[in-house]
Design a protein around this ligand. Structure first.
Ligand SMILES: Cc1cc2nc3c(=O)[nH]c(=O)nc-3n(C[C@H](O)[C@H](O)[C@H](O)COP(=O)(O)OP(=O)(O)OC[C@H]3O[C@@H](n4cnc5c(N)ncnc54)[C@H](O)[C@@H]3O)c2cc1C
Length: 548
């Protein structure tokens, strides 16, 4: 089997928010460094941003709420399951990040006093700066190009290469041509997002997920298989968004005066912010569907909201509204809970990192939604991308030794998938079946019996993949590899959910057999890693580090 070999000082897996920032920072510090990005899609539009985002959710503006205030607020939001230092460092560097982005042309509006425009989204503190810039992703990519970073588009990383306890590179697949590529790297950053393709959306559309569907839990699975520590897999994230299209509306509109009502006609009293858990609970209590109402808002404000939703974030929403004849001025907008998904940037699921973006494996860094800088959103991805770009420099003078047998083994696994042309079940149906099991068994309300049944089913599907799954072209080949990643994430989610024998985070992890939150025994991280035996998952309970 032939493959191209690329040598890099720094390999970045994923050219999204964190990846672009990491690349630029690494080149700023060392313009001669050979910095390479492997990106599964095309970097100009890939990842959660795609175009722009309405706000930078966490910024500690000097003179306002501080980084310490943010850590306090976030610890509350995480029900105590948060290591303080990474969150503190993120908030502490957030204002400088705004200044950096402004210098790249990103628009942060200010009021007549010259203060940054903010909207209230956090119950405690005021950290959210508006950023109505539809060209955010393009600006990031322009900087990557300006710094001569080498980008391989349509290149999906399929495994991390490990020598002893150090990560020394990765194998990749060109998703268009099916060709193999090996990158030998002195330092590696995993920043390829969370597991968006996890539960199935209400529409049944496998790619109709809230978060970017190209992120199929690849990063979690790659790190797990390489032996890194992961945590927060019992935290099953869910939003409440516009029914049948799954695009954001709640934060953008509620923070600008919209109201949320239950089907019984009562306003859902969430104060001046959005309480996602309260919304999901209302559905569970039979008060759904919930609705957003904006009819009371002045025309100017509705236009402002439309501009953010249609022009900055997701233009397809405008077409959807037109197609259905829906208008914020006269119609209630029906909401629906999204599919469950795993995400460190919105939730708590991630590769364990410290404040230097270091993972438990040498030479391997993690940043953004794939890491457990919990609820960091864009700020977490930008700041930890930047930190990883700095820390990676420590390895640039080192030598790398690749285990050629591991490389051969990894490519052989893909060769095996290429042979599955005569099997019977199309890969998309296998993905559908796996994600239906996720929907049926992994969301709350959870119980030992239910999760165990789910785990059994997930393991059966994993075992059967090679016997049933049909793979006929390179697109399906990439998808077959993704199915393996999703299955790993499902297994990790089930194991973590079984192990946390209490309820926490409201509907994110509600165990009917342990309905109470139990701080005495469970104010701890459930940390997972690959066990010594084939297929074994090691579980460790780790104390929380509240020190700043
Ligand atoms: C709809 C929506 C609205 C949001 N709004 C806001 C907001 O207003 N404010 C805010 O602060 N945050 C917001 N967020 C959150 C924020 O966008 C994310 O936290 C952040 O962008 C995550 O960055 P990332 O680099 O971790 O992942 P991404 O930017 O998603 O990048 C991951 C990249 O990895 C690539 N990839 C995946 N697998 C592989 C592989 N195997 N090999 C190679 N490449 C791979 C993907 O193609 C992708 O380009 C929003 C998120 C969504 C989905």
């Amino acid at each position: 089997m032939g493959y191209e070999t690329v040598k890099a000082d720094f390999l970045i897996i994923g050219g999204g928010t964190a990846g672009t920032m990491a690349a630029v920072r690494a080149k700023e510090l060392n313009p001669d460094a050979n910095v390479v990005i492997f990106e599964k899609g095309h970097i100009r539009r890939s990842g959660s941003i795609a175009m722009g985002m309405d706000a930078m959710n966490i910024v500690a503006v000097p003179g306002g709420d501080t980084a310490k205030d943010y850590v306090e607020a976030n610890t509350k939001a995480c029900y105590g399951i948060l290591d303080a230092k990474p969150s503190y460092v993120m908030a502490d560097r957030s204002y400088d990040m705004v200044k950096r982005l402004e210098s790249w042309g990103v628009h942060f509006p200010k009021d007549e006093n010259g203060d940054y425009e903010r909207v209230k989204v956090h119950p405690n503190g005021n950290f959210c700066l508006t950023m109505p810039d539809p060209d955010l992703k393009i600006r990031l990519v322009n900087k990557v190009e300006e710094h001569n970073v080498t980008v391989y588009n349509r290149t999906m990383v399929t495994s991390l290469l490990v020598n002893g306890d150090r990560v020394v590179g990765a194998t990749g697949l060109n998703t268009r041509t099916g060709e193999y590529i090996l990158c030998e790297a002195k330092a590696v950053l995993v920043c390829n997002g969370g597991a968006s393709r996890f539960g199935i959306p209400n529409t049944g559309a496998l790619y109709g997920t809230y978060d970017y569907p190209g992120n199929a839990g690849d990063g979690y699975s790659l790190a797990y298989r390489a032996g890194a520590d992961l945590t927060g897999f019992e935290y099953c994230m869910q939003m409440s968004l516009i029914k049948d299209i799954n695009v954001p509306i709640t934060y953008v509109s509620k923070s600008r005066g919209a109201k949320v009502y239950t089907a019984l006609g009562d306003e859902l009293d969430m104060g001046d912010t959005v309480n996602l858990e309260m919304m999901v609970q209302a559905y569970r209590d039979g008060k759904g569907p919930l609705f957003i109402k904006m009819q009371h808002l002045p025309e100017e404000q509705i236009k402002h909201i439309e501009n953010i939703l249609f022009k900055v974030e997701r233009p397809m929403m405008e077409r959807f509204m037109e197609g259905r004849g829906m208008d914020f001025r006269k119609d209630d907008i029906e909401l629906n809970p999204t599919e469950i998904y795993l995400c460190g940037g919105h939730g708590l699921t991630g590769i364990v990192v410290n404040e230097k973006a270091e993972t438990s494996l040498k030479g391997l860094y993690a940043a953004g939604d794939v890491s457990n800088v919990s609820r960091g959103h864009l700020t977490g991805a930008f700041v930890f991308g930047e930190i990883a770009g700095e820390q990676a420099q420590n390895w640039f003078d080192s030598e790398v030794e690749i285990d050629r047998e591991q490389v051969e083994r990894e490519f052989k696994k893909i060769d095996e998938l290429k042979k599955l042309q005569d099997n019977e079940v199309p890969v998309e149906q296998v993905e559908y079946k796996l994600r239906r099991v996720i929907n049926d068994y992994l969301p709350s309300p959870k119980s030992e019996y239910r999760i165990s049944k789910g785990l059994d089913n997930i393991r059966v599907i994993k075992d059967e993949l090679k016997e049933v799954m049909k793979v006929t072209d390179n697109n399906e080949l990439a998808r077959a590899i993704e199915v393996g990643f999703i299955a790993d994430c499902a297994e990790l989610c089930a194991v973590a959910s079984l192990n946390r024998k209490e309820s926490r985070w409201s509907e994110r992890h509600y165990r009917v057999d342990y309905p109470e939150m139990d701080d005495e025994n469970w104010l701890k991280h459930v940390v997972l890693s690959r066990g010594d035996k084939e297929g074994e998952i090691k579980v460790e309970l780790r104390p929380i580090d509240y020190n700043l």
